[in-house]
Design a protein around this ligand. Structure first.
Ligand code: FAD
Length: 424
């Protein structure tokens, strides 16, 4: 994990923000102000690393008091991890890293006056704004799938109550039932995760509901880590997982919530439990602020992560168009550190370092069988390009895979301590 060494910032930009004229605008202190929207992986990392410098006034806006990580939530679904073990609060950021945390949603960003309005009408002025709202779901791509349908057919693509709902449904499912996973089109949050979910739920079924089946109805014809997954499915769960690509089904078009069935171009599939992972786009506040282009995602400068559409606003994490970088927590954390460096340089005159962009993911096939990848990236021609890559191979020994699974557990602890500031 890259660690940003704390350093004294010698010069401070003279630009102390004059608070906007409205009487309820929170007044500036004698430091440049950074407001960060979204206290997930991207927002918490930026806030923590800027807070550590102590040269800026850093405010993090996040409605939830507790954040549950999506990574490792598939282990929770399989009964291999508890939800509390995946849950973090924001106290360390406040107490150890000089971040002011406000538990509210941001409702309006005004790039002209450089203000953010919160749900309770409080207005905050900023010198630099970071927007890290994660993903939203595209509506209308699967007919009848909306927020109320998600209470019956969960997506569990934001961890927390949705994960608990899906776990309860899997626990109460009869042996012999069919668990249908509807996998989304590219690009989406964590490309291997629908297939990791299939693997770990299969592990649970193998022990407790061995006659059950898993059917993946995919909106794609290929998926990330396909050879590694398919080899492992044959080895660990023969005959239990069936994957149907788009070319065979035309993809899922409609859900029938009452009948708990999903409908493709030519067929209806009845589910005992249905997990619908819809097509995705940038978080709602990004779209509302004009930070997204026609793709539904946010174009950014690959060095500073400043929006190319709205100057003075940076975007990190799953909301951006990341070029070759996948939408993952590791990528997000690495982008957030590069973004923090760039903001410090611009507001306080500290040196601008070249951005080091990485991704490394651990993916579980069974509790003691995991594969990994490690990729470096660099900005090139205004985009983020892959430089070097390592990925586990089909046919690795059981011992190598066991070690990788063990390393994944260590990674989780170190990574979350880095993001939420619970380490040093
Ligand atoms: C099942 C699954 C498994 C995964 N496994 C891995 C893995 O093994 N490794 C890995 O690297 N990645 C993994 N990921 C991906 C990882 O979880 C995401 O890439 C990461 O969370 C993205 O961070 P983010 O900050 O962009 O979004 P998030 O972490 O989702 O944070 C966004 C935050 O913004 C807040 N927010 C939204 N709108 C507003 C607003 N208007 N005002 C204030 N706050 C707002 C939200 O409440 C949320 O807390 C997995 C994802 C899933 C679904």
């Amino acid at each position: 994990m890259t660690n940003w060494t704390r350093r004294q910032i010698c010069s401070m930009a003279g630009g102390v923000l004059a608070a906007a004229a409205a009487p309820h605008v929170a007044r500036s202190q004698n430091k440049p102000r950074v407001v960060v929207i979204g206290g997930g992986i991207g927002g918490a990392t930026v806030a923590r690393y800027l807070g550590d410098l102590k040269t800026m006034d850093v405010t993090l806006i996040e409605p939830k008091r507790r954040y549950v990580t999506c990574f490792f939530s598939n282990l929770y679904l399989a009964g291999l991890r508890s939800l509390p073990s995946l849950t973090f609060d924001f106290e360390a950021l406040t107490e150890r890293h000089d971040v002011k945390v406000i538990h509210q949603a941001a409702t309006v960003i005004d790039a002209g006056t450089k203000t953010v309005t919160l749900r309770d009408s409080v207005m905050l002025a900023y010198d630099r704004l970071v927007v890290a709202p994660g993903i939203a779901f595209k509506s209308g791509e699967i007919r009848n799938y909306d927020a109320s349908a998600a209470e019956i057919m969960p997506h569990a693509w934001n961890a927390g109550p949705q994960s608990e709902l899906l776990r309860r449904q899997l626990e109460s499912m009869e042996d012999g039932g069919v668990f249908v996973i509807v996998a989304p089109p590219n690009p989406f949050r964590c490309p291997p995760a629908p297939y990791e979910r299939a693997s770990l739920v299969a592990y649970y079924f193998k022990q407790f509901k061995p006659r059950s089946k898993i059917l993946i109805l995919d909106a794609k014809d290929r998926f990330s880590g396909q050879e590694l997954f398919q080899e492992a499915w044959g080895r660990h769960y023969p005959g239990m997982i069936e994957w149907l690509p788009r070319q065979f089904t035309g993809a899922v078009k409609i859900v029938d919530v009452a009948a708990r069935s999903v409908v493709t171009e030519g067929e209806t599939f009845k589910a005992a439990v249905a997990n619908i992972i819809p097509a995705q786009k940038a978080g709602a506040i990004a779209e509302k602020t004009g930070l997204t282009d026609t793709s539904g995602w946010c174009p950014v400068d690959p060095v500073t992560f400043e929006s190319t559409l709205q100057r003075g606003i940076h975007v990190v994490g799953d909301s951006i168009i990341g070029g070759d970088m996948p939408k993952s927590a590791f990528s997000t954390n690495s982008q957030a550190k590069a973004c923090a460096f760039a903001i410090a340089a611009s507001l306080t005159g500290s040196p601008q370092f070249p951005s080091h962009l990485f991704n490394s993911c651990y993916t579980f096939l069974a509790p003691d069988d995991a594969f990994t990848n490690a990729i470096t990236f660099a900005p090139e021609g205004g985009k983020i390009k892959m430089v070097e890559t390592f990925i586990s191979k089909v046919g690795e020994s059981a011992e190598v895979r066991r070690r990788t699974a063990h390393q994944a557990v260590g990674w989780y602890s170190a990574f979350t301590a880095d993001v939420f500031g619970e380490g040093s």
